[in-house]
Design a protein around this ligand. Structure first.
Ligand SMILES: *Cc1c(COP(=O)(O)O)cnc(C)c1O
Length: 635
């Protein structure tokens, strides 16, 4: 569908149209020449031109789709989080410190974790793990001496021995008991191991989060100890002489909590539990408020699923103040506050750039001419198309539906040729397009035309896989902002939904962030022949890297790390090639040599029967072998 073009479209119109200032958190801007900029220091005069990076990479053979990582945005986020808590601690004269912890499941990429740890070193940034493999990674990471290593997730003896190893290596390990039976395992380990673990408890709160991940909290959650289980576990460990090891209480009410009220309630409830546990004599000194600090993906600052109705500072204030107040009322010393913010720390740092390969349009730009000898029903449709107007569009559109159905019946009876069928279909969509355009002049657009417009949107075919690169969009309808990385000084003349190159109809993005609503199509520019058109999926740094799958054997995309040097130049570091086809095949049991051998055997047979010349066979086999090394995405 066409978007009415305005005369003087400027880059600030583009900023408003895509809502960049709402969701960019100061890290994105648009240059006067229409290029999208990344501004790691939030200063538009010191920026990375995304298109230049994409072109530069393409010259080195790293073509789109490519995931760009901006490590300086990780640093920006760690600093923002630490500063918010330090402001709150100062403001409320809180007597203890704050320690941030990165839950590694949100992005386990080594470069991301190491970048975060070095940026967060001065703030004592630690790691939270939720599985044994994650723990094995964390053990090998160098972290600040005061940082904690929080061990969540299901534990077996192997997990606990690994935690004991981390303790021996000098890490401040806290093993969080999530299930009652883990207490006995810890006791068994304590008998065998010299390294004494510090112990925490994940508690099940009455309070719940809000948004898509609301089920993670509350009394029916799959995680945490009930009050009775907590009391029994405390007693059991104390009896066994492990009382002094009890260090932490933990809760997590789910990710992307959209309402600050939910955070406040949960913090107060947990602080109350902390105070009571202390009064029973346990030496708990840490309160871990889990994750949940959300990102404003649509920029609306509301409690809608894609947004949050609070700022990072407000979050920190409410956590610190809530804990301080409860501790004062209960006359217990305040705990060290730990938070496990993952999404907030890494969400901004990555952008997926894809190239658009073509448009699939509902309306045929080049309709066949009528000869006048077509069946009556085709002539009728042509007449409707000629005469439809703003005064009669509803009635005429309904007539067109009738003629279309008639044409369909006639074709099924063998009374309409394939040519006539083609003309009838084309005319029908032409009429539908006109009807939608006329319907826009009315004060209230009837539902029928709203739905029709949705069906008429262009589909832009994008070179990527939703399943690999935007799994949360597929699985949970999570919205991510999408914006062209160039031509933002031109009015986008079309509206389109985006489809990927998998052969799955779910591989589609048909919902887009909007300040007031959810948009059913994205404003995009016309495709120009021979010229690439690139879209950026932004804020994809949290969870998307790790949850993606290999639907249709499209594997990991190329990646590149981009930084701004002190002189303001953009530098590409650490290019990592995406998986070649041979690797994605190997994951499913198709060993490269087996594949090559089978093809070779097939060719030998053809050669022996004289069906393929010997000299061709060698070339064909080489081609096949070569293709196994190619990128899985469209070239
Ligand atoms: C997933 C998870 C987090 C991270 O939550 P975010 O909302 O991404 O900050 C923190 N803690 C635990 C226990 C988790 O499972």
């Amino acid at each position: 569908m066409n978007v009415p073009a305005t005369d003087r479209f400027t880059v600030s119109d583009a900023v408003n149209m895509y809502g960049l200032d709402g969701w960019g958190n100061g890290y994105l801007a648009v240059a006067d020449d229409g290029n999208l900029l990344v501004t790691p220091s939030r200063d538009p005069s010191r920026s990375i031109v995304v298109l230049r990076i994409v072109e530069d990479l393409a010259r080195r053979g790293i073509k789109t789709p490519v995931l760009l990582r901006f490590p300086q945005l990780l640093e920006g986020q760690v600093s923002e989080l630490a500063a918010a808590f330090s402001n709150a601690i100062r403001e409320f004269s809180y007597a203890e410190r704050y320690l941030p912890v990165f839950p590694i499941k949100v992005n386990q990429q080594r470069s991301v974790v190491e970048g975060l740890v070095s940026s967060g070193w001065k703030h004592g940034l630690g790691i939270e793990v939720g599985s044994r493999p994650e723990l094995l990674a964390a053990i090998a990471l160098e972290t600040p001496p005061d940082a904690v290593l929080i061990c969540n997730g299901f534990k077996d003896p192997d997990y606990l021995s690994s935690a004991a190893l981390a303790t021996r290596l000098g890490k401040q390990v806290i093993v969080v008991v999530e299930k009652p039976f883990e207490v006995e395992q810890i006791l068994r380990l304590a008998e065998e191991e010299r390294a004494l673990l510090r112990i925490g408890f994940r508690i099940r709160l009455q309070s719940r989060g809000s948004g898509k991940w609301e089920k993670s909290g509350g009394v029916a959650s799959k995680f945490g100890l009930s009050t009775l289980q907590l009391l029994r576990a405390l007693d059991r460990l104390t009896e066994a002489g492990l009382g002094p090891q009890i260090a932490l209480l933990h809760f997590h009410i789910g990710s992307q909590v959209t309402e600050i009220r939910r955070v406040k309630n949960a913090v107060r409830e947990a602080a109350r539990v902390y105070a009571k546990v202390r009064k029973r004599g346990a030496g708990v000194s840490f309160l871990d408020v889990g994750g949940g600090l959300g990102i404003d993906y649509d920029g609306s600052k509301t409690s809608s699923d894609a947004s949050v109705n609070y700022t990072v500072q407000e979050y920190a204030n409410d956590v610190v103040f809530g804990i301080a107040e409860v501790c004062a009322e209960e006359h217990v010393p305040p705990p060290v506050i730990v938070s496990e913010s993952g999404r907030m720390l890494v969400g901004y740092h990555a952008m997926l750039v894809v190239d658009v390969r073509g448009a699939i349009s509902g309306i045929e730009p080049d309709p066949p001419a009528l000869t006048g000898r077509e069946a009556q029903v085709v002539q009728d449709l042509a007449e409707v198309s000629r005469k439809i107007s703003v005064k009669n569009y509803r009635e005429f559109y309904h007539d067109a539906i009738e003629y279309r159905d008639q044409a369909h019946s006639l074709f099924n009876l063998g009374m309409l040729s394939l040519d006539e069928r083609a003309k009838a279909e084309t005319l029908f969509w032409e009429i539908a397009g006109k009807a939608v355009r006329f319907s826009k002049t009315a004060k209230f657009v009837a539902d029928e035309f709203v739905e029709l417009e949705q069906r008429l949107h262009d589909k832009y075919l994008c070179n990527f896989s939703v399943f690999q690169s935007l799994p949360d969009h597929w699985a949970l309808d999570q919205l991510f902002p999408v914006i062209p990385i160039h031509r933002l000084n031109e009015p986008p003349s079309r509206r389109a939904t985006l489809v990927d190159i998998t052969c799955d109809s779910d591989g589609e993005v048909a919902k887009f962030v909007d300040l007031k609503d959810i948009k059913d199509a994205l404003e995009v520019h016309d495709l120009r022949p021979g010229e690439p058109y690139y879209l950026g999926f932004v804020l994809v740094g949290a969870y998307q890297d790790t949850m993606g799958d290999m639907h249709n054997l499209f594997g990991r995309v190329h990646e590149a790390e981009v930084v701004l040097d002190p002189l303001g130049r953009a530098l590409i570091r650490d290019v990592r090639r995406g998986e070649p086809a041979g690797d994605t095949l190997a994951c499913f049991g198709y060993g490269e040599s087996d594949l090559v051998e089978s093809v070779a055997a097939g060719l030998r047979e053809k050669v022996s029967r004289g069906e393929i010349p010997r000299e061709d066979a060698d070339g064909l086999l080489d081609d096949y072998r070569q293709r196994l090394t190619h990128y899985t995405y469209l070239d």
